[in-house]
Ligand binder design. Structure first.
Ligand code: PHE
Length: 341
């Protein structure tokens, strides 16, 4: 019996535990209820009575040694594992490529428009998208129940017909006129809403930027010069501009603004529908009634205003033929604007 115990002790001591599998094998053979050590305990009953004490003690010692070896091997393996994971960082590996983000084309265009007007002293003003009738229509000289209100395909708020989704950012200019004293030179960019079916050329949600300049002796010439400067900055120095007479309730006289087609330079292409001109927005001298609504004396002050669609300008500038691309968030489209600021 004593020889069997010694033999088992030697086996235990020589058993190399260098992996999780070996650790489990060790436990199965020497620690558990079904282990070889337990089996030796079973043989105690064959031992003569006078030797039982001695053998029992030797067996207990054997079991304790097996237990101690298992414990220290188990904690050693855990340490080894965490050491291995820190060592596994390969500092020589090249890093993941840093993908440059892209700005949305509408943001690019707006940023450029803002930069151009900031250079000549315009500041930026913003206002609410849910507007009241006064700021979107009445203060802008839209007569009550006048079909001019229909021009704008308004979304009214059902529960309160006095409230609506603004149809243009002219509403912001009313707010500026109410709150500030002339001289006023402000640019109002923002999202606007009109009840239009979504197609390649129209959307019910789009963006505008409108400009307003009010001071003493502001003339139509100032309007023309300001816009001529703007189109040359944005579309290139060769760009020509023309005015076509138009109508807006809030400006008198009013003009639609066209620029010479910067793609074919007048030779005729699809963008200008072979006319050599493309429309970019509306403009005019602020109607005296609008100034009066905002408590500005039309005898003392005059002003001009203009407005344009950011989608339209962006489509012209980057030759994009479908407005829906702006809202679909297709990365194949958006990635093409990488690197532009
Ligand atoms: N607010 C007009 C529109 O949305 C554009 C415009 C602004 C026209 C200023 C003239 C002057 O259609």
């Amino acid at each position: 019996m004593i020889d069997a115990i010694k033999e088992k002790l030697q086996e235990i001591e020589e058993f190399a535990i260098d992996s999780q599998d070996r650790l489990e094998e060790f436990k199965r053979r020497f620690n558990g209820k079904q282990s070889e050590v337990r089996a030796l305990f079973g043989r105690l009953k064959e031992v003569p009575n006078e030797q039982k004490r001695e053998m029992g003690a030797a067996l207990n010692e054997l079991a304790q040694k097996a237990e101690a070896k298992w414990k220290s091997a188990a904690s050693g393996l855990v340490q080894k594992k965490s050491k291995a994971s820190t060592n596994s960082v390969d500092l020589t590996l090249p890093s993941y490529p840093h993908e440059l983000g892209t700005r949305h084309p509408l943001s690019l265009t707006l940023a450029e428009i803002v930069r151009i007007f900031e250079r000549i002293g315009f500041n930026i003003s913003e206002g609410p998208e849910i507007e009241d009738d006064w700021h979107n229509f009445s203060a802008l000289n839209f007569p009550e129940n006048h079909p001019a209100r229909e021009m704008q395909d308004t979304f009214f708020i059902e529960k309160n017909p006095d409230m609506l989704l603004r149809t243009h950012t002219s509403s912001v200019q009313v707010r500026v006129m109410e709150n500030e004293k002339p001289p006023i030179r402000t640019l109002s960019p923002g999202r606007v809403y009109r009840n239009e079916a979504i197609s390649a050329r129209a959307h019910c949600v789009f963006h505008q930027v409108e400009g307003l300049y009010i001071d003493k002796d502001v003339s139509f010439l100032d309007l023309k010069e300001t816009l001529a400067y703007f189109v040359k900055e944005l579309f290139g120095p060769k760009t020509k501009m023309r005015f076509r007479p138009s109508y807006f309730p809030f400006t008198e006289p009013s003009a639609e603004v066209d620029i010479s087609c910067f793609i074919c330079h007048g030779d005729g292409c699809n963008i200008c529908k072979k006319t050599g001109w493309v429309e970019i927005g509306g403009s005019g001298m602020v109607d005296p009634n609008v100034l009066k609504s905002a408590n500005i004396d039309p005898e003392e002050y005059s002003g001009f205003a203009f407005g344009m669609g950011i989608e339209r300008i962006t489509m012209l500038k980057y030759q994009i033929n479908d407005l829906r691309l702006f809202t679909e968030n297709d990365v194949r489209f958006l990635r093409q604007f990488k690197g532009i600021i």
